[in-house]
Design a protein around this ligand. Structure first.
Ligand code: GSH
Length: 208
């Protein structure tokens, strides 16, 4: 049975929040939003910590249950609302999609977290260099992988979890002055995704 009354606690510019907003938009699932302003440390408030003790967004409220971790939320949505599929049915293709998604979600994005950057250095410029370095390093390997896959999206004709992770990461890369000239395949997929309805509906600009 499909749950009713979904509320997404999110921040407009958070890449992990965008992943979930995009999944909800793709599947045309109605939901409400509650903004958590990371710049005001609202994720650390006592009230929010009760919902998500990791002090991070996103968090999806389903009735009285609060779900965290964007990839786990998206996989759950994919099971409950199966169409359009975000993870391919074929086990090997599913592994490839997950593999690229984890490279971003575990290997790149966490290093640009506000809390990580602040702990690393106080200076904004040094934080910027740090983020740029890790994004470029990650994108070099991803560009090589994507050179061998079929377009228009990361893994062919359907938007998958890999696109949901990659495009918000490219949006972040641009904020950290990463030159996309070195990553033409990633840039092409970025533009292809931005031309789609669900990507546009879930874009940070819509929630600013
Ligand atoms: N693995 C988590 C990561 C969540 C995460 O890193 N959220 C960031 C925004 S994209 C955040 O809330 N950062 C708050 C902070 O660093 O204090 C997920 O995929 O949901």
């Amino acid at each position: 049975m499909k749950p009713e009354n979904l509320t997404l606690f999110h921040y407009w510019r958070s890449s992990c929040s965008w992943r979930v907003r995009w999944a909800l938009a793709l599947k045309e699932i109605p939901y409400q939003t509650k903004p958590i302003n990371l710049l005001k440390d609202e994720q650390k408030s006592d009230l929010y910590k009760k919902l998500n003790p990791s002090e991070q967004v996103p968090c999806l409220q389903v009735g009285n249950t609060f779900l965290s971790e964007s990839l786990a939320i998206i996989e759950w949505l994919d099971e409950i609302y199966p169409y359009p599929k975000i993870l391919p049915g074929d086990p090997l293709k599913r592994l490839q999609v997950r593999s690229l998604s984890y490279k971003i979600a575990s290997g790149i994005q966490p290093l640009q977290n506000l809390s990580v950057m602040k702990k690393y250095h106080r200076e904004k410029e040094t934080q910027q260099e740090w983020s740029k370095y890790w994004i470029e390093k990650g994108f070099k390997s991803i560009e090589k992988i994507l050179e061998k896959t079929a377009s228009p999206f990361c893994f062919g004709q359907e938007v998958t979890l890999a696109d949901l992770c990659l495009i918000p990461q490219v949006y972040n890369a641009k904020r950290f002055s990463v030159s996309m000239a070195e990553f033409p395949k990633i840039e092409k997929i970025y533009n292809n995704c931005l031309a789609t309805k669900a990507c546009q509906e879930s874009h940070p600009d819509q929630f600013q």
